[in-house]
Ligand binder design. Sequence first.
Ligand code: DHB
Ligand code: FE
Length: 310
Amino acid sequence: MTDSLMHRIDVQALLDKAAGLDTDTGDRRLKQIIRRVLADAFRTIEEFGVTPTEFWRAVDYVTRLGQSNEAGLLVAGLGLEHFLDILMDEEERKAGLQGGTPRTIEGPLWLAGAPLERGEVRLDQDPESDAETIVMDGQVRDPDGNPIPGAIVDVWHANTKGGYSFFDSSQSAWNLRRRIETDRDGRYRFRSIMPAGYGCPPEGTTQALLDRIGRHGQRPAHIHFFVEAPGYRKLTTQINIAGDKYLHEDFAFATRDELIVEARREADPEAIARHGLNAPFSTLTFDFTLNREADHLPDAVVLREHATAA
Ligand code: DHB
Ligand code: FE
């Protein structure tokens, strides 16, 4: 567009001034970022002929997005959180790091301070009549395949309705959330219930936008993990359960081939009895490989506002 208003001196001066670039105070880098974001918005409004009515609808949308606490959901749904993973993967690759369990998005539903336990840990506290029991185990290893004892596996997942404790007030505190310390062989083990996939709140602001662009807001059944041990890079990841309808259609783009886990159905009466159960259950196994920490690598610990349990 050669006759774009973006070329005009007064528009360029407006951008500079709005971003604070005509002053010496403030953060230089932030000013440049603000200028870029503003210029992209100006250009978008001009190129698409966004009307003032449409513009104010968008401002109202952002207001409601914040009021409904769904900003963290929307950025995942629009692929921004996954893009941060792509960037971090690439930075690590350029720094010579390879291998290790792949990262994938944290999502907006972690809660700090889950109970720390050892041995076979029980995650499910709230009775759910239609829930299938799962038993999950695995090992945390270093890049040479040696076990890491004393690693912390922080696990959180949804119930059979796709809801997460704390955010879903019908669940008890810390339901389906624990921190598990690995044993001397680097192993963790827990019993829980098979999670359902997650769906964005149907009447929410994120789903409203997804509807407008012809997208669903569903995630496949998954289990979240932070895995940490001194001297190793913190791993933020999830496993996705094989066979889910949305396995390769995750609205938040978190599925990675290396993170797909088969749930093995166990119907053998002897195995059922051995686990103290009275119905068939499923077993899942997943081993984590942590990379060693090194000064030249980008920080794997992401600081982000989190809900805290009262
Ligand atoms: C998102 C991630 C989740 O893990 C989840 O359960 C729900 C939403 C998200 O990234 O938007
Ligand atoms: Fe989730």
